[in-house]
Design a protein around this ligand. Sequence first.
Ligand code: ADP
Length: 370
Amino acid sequence: MVYSLLFGSFLVGSLTSIFWARQRAGRLTLQFQRQLKAERQNSTVYEQRLQAFLLALQASPNGVVILDSDRRIEWCNQTAARLLGLDAVRDVAQHIAHLVREPQFLEYLSQENFEHELRFDNKALQLHPYGLGRALLLVRDVTDVERAEQMRRDFVANVSHEIRTPLTVLSGFIETLQTLDLSVEEQKRYLQLMGTQSQRLGALVADLLTLSKLDAEAKPSLERVNVERLLLQCEREARILATVLKRDITIEFNVESGTDMLGSASELQSAFSNLITNAVRYTPSGGAVQVKWRQNELTVKDTGFGIAPEHLPRLTERFYRVDKSRIRELGETAGTGLGLAIVKHVAQRHGAQLEIESTIGVGSTFKLIF
Ligand code: ADP
């Protein structure tokens, strides 16, 4: 009896504690599940944030490579992959030095100081260390920058050359006049030649100033331009040039009257005059120059030497000349080599198009379509 009572109370006690244990376990499981859910939600948020962050890096115009402390790739965007020849998926965990093998890069990687960027193969790279030994490698495509720098270097070299030639001639003549006992006739001849050279220098400086003004000002200052009056001035210039060059050329101007246009008078004057004086300059005696202005379109047609097709795409480059020997022939009336560069610039600033058609020995037609 006692035994069964004892057993009974033991059984009840055990069952009660099992019940409470289960209850507690149930509560714990619920708590655990909630915690797990919260953590899952958190990790989804983190995952989303990470994805958004990587998408932002992917959108960067620069190449981005994240390197661990051993300089192994942890992640890179598509731009970096393209510029450095990497595979954004396959190359993860690879050492960057095993994939980018250029000696300059390996040397750069091995140094301590990353203050300066490294340039090679039209790329600019810079390592930015962060955290504990990790690094961000940024890469830029500098093809355009390199091209612009090369153009600037060529331009400076060309300007120096263009200035040096007349200066050498001038200083030679000055020395001759100072040291030799020349006749009045000879002195006159030398002074005339010196005048030609100084005029060439003057024209060069004037064109350089025009170009630098065009480069510096974002937009032309717009005004009502009386095209008729402007072309009358060009016609006078063309006739004087033909007389100076002793060219017997028919010069014809056909200008629609009363057609003003909105633009910069000085820029348009410079562009029109360059096209028209070129037509006179490159047309021999017996030829003709026709200038027509109609419906916002200027046509300058000549029956001159013409230009071979391979030169046409480069004509508007600064100092590009088809035939350099003509400079001597044209004397003080020789162009500066900047005329068509100015025309192109002015055209762009006025939303106009420059069209060139030419046939060797037949002539050329230059059109400005506004
Ligand atoms: P330049 O001052 O030498 O005339 P431009 O920039 O005005 O320089 O012209 C570039 C080159 O284009 C000239 O050197 C010349 O060889 C060629 N050119 C320009 N206009 C004509 C034309 N109407 N006929 C033939 N060649 C031309």
